[in-house]
Write a protein that binds this ligand. Structure first.
Ligand code: AMP
Ligand code: FE
Ligand code: FE
Ligand code: ZN
Length: 295
């Protein structure tokens, strides 16, 4: 393993947002890094929801030629609207042992367990025979979420796809419960305090109908946000251009990434990528952990 700075060529393929079975992806961390190498990626970030549980297995399985960026996608909310808007904050290369951030992530994961069991209780009360212990086990000790319940609904033959399980009559509304999370300005400060680099994930796709104003990104930039994820499948071409232009005005980095979830979504690894200069800036700003290359 090498922890020395890897300097990617300008043509390097860099995907900075992916999920494994440590949260709601369908590939194990080991399968994820292998799939990234098979897809021809040079740099991959593993960014499971609210957990670093997949890091070690990803490092151990790292194929030659692939550089791994350890990260997470933190569940957050912004209080500027009523009700508060849920947001996702990507955090790269933070120190997983930094106590305050680690404690908050642990709290969010415990709350996910309680909420998941409550959702399953509601479903079971309506005669839907799915098993909470089985669903919890399917999260493999990482962060359990609605996609794990969606998979159980598919196994039970009640829906055929994850997207269908997220329809209003299922997990999208009827059996949706709020999730515990972090206030987004607090999260930015905690990530920086842990030596990490915070990037606002898919800022124009927070929740259907609830688009946060540009003024929030202006304020987050002043509070320590490093970048914004512009190139994402949930953004239209116009939204990507808008986010990139705002970032240029504010001096924020612009990333692009697949947000790969295995078979839970149709997007493929490397579908959107980040420029090598941006990757280098992220590495320079980080002081928690380093990228890792095998070989
Ligand atoms: P949770 O964190 O438990 O609220 O679940 C949210 C996760 O579900 C997101 O991170 C997505 O991966 C996934 N998700 C949300 N909406 C959909 C959808 N319409 N189809 C498939 N997956 C979705
Ligand atoms: Fe997800
Ligand atoms: Fe997200
Ligand atoms: Zn994601």
């Amino acid at each position: 393993m090498s922890r020395t700075a890897y300097r990617p060529s300008s043509s390097a393929r860099i995907d900075l947002h992916t999920h494994s079975t440590a949260s709601d992806g369908t590939l194990s961390p080991a399968e994820l890094v292998q799939a990234a190498a098979d897809a021809g990626l040079d740099v991959l970030a593993i960014t499971d929801h609210d957990t670093t549980a997949g890091w070690e297995a990803a490092v151990q399985a790292l194929p030659p030629g692939l550089t791994l960026v350890r990260g997470a996608e933190i569940s957050c909310h912004w209080d500027g609207m009523d009700p508060p808007v849920p947001l996702h904050l990507l955090a790269y290369l933070f120190d997983p042992a930094e106590t305050e951030l680690a404690a908050e992530l642990a709290r969010i994961r415990s709350a996910r367990v309680i909420r998941g069991e409550r959702i399953v209780t509601l479903l079971r009360a309506d005669g839907i025979d799915i098993s909470w212990p089985e669903i919890l086990a399917s999260a493999g000790g990482g962060a359990v979420g609605r996609p794990h319940i969606a998979a159980a609904l598919i196994r039970a033959g009640l829906v055929t796809t994850t997207a269908e399980a997220f329809a209003p009559r299922w997990l999208g509304e009827r059996y949706r419960l709020p999730k515990d999370d972090l206030e987004v300005f607090h999260a930015v400060r905690l990530v920086r305090a842990a030596g990490g680099v915070p990037v606002f994930a898919h800022p124009r796709a927070t929740r259907r109908g609830e688009i946060v104003p540009d003024s929030l990104i202006v304020e987050l930039a002043a509070a320590g946000l490093a970048g914004v994820e512009a190139d994402h499948e949930d953004h239209s071409r116009a939204e990507r251009a808008h986010v990139a232009a705002l970032a240029a005005e504010l001096g924020l980095l612009v990333t692009g990434a697949s947000d790969f979830h295995g078979t839970h979504k149709s997007v493929q690894l490397g579908a959107y990528t980040t420029r090598s200069e941006v990757y280098e800036r992220i590495v320079e700003e980080a002081s928690g952990v380093s990228p890792i290359a095998s070989g």
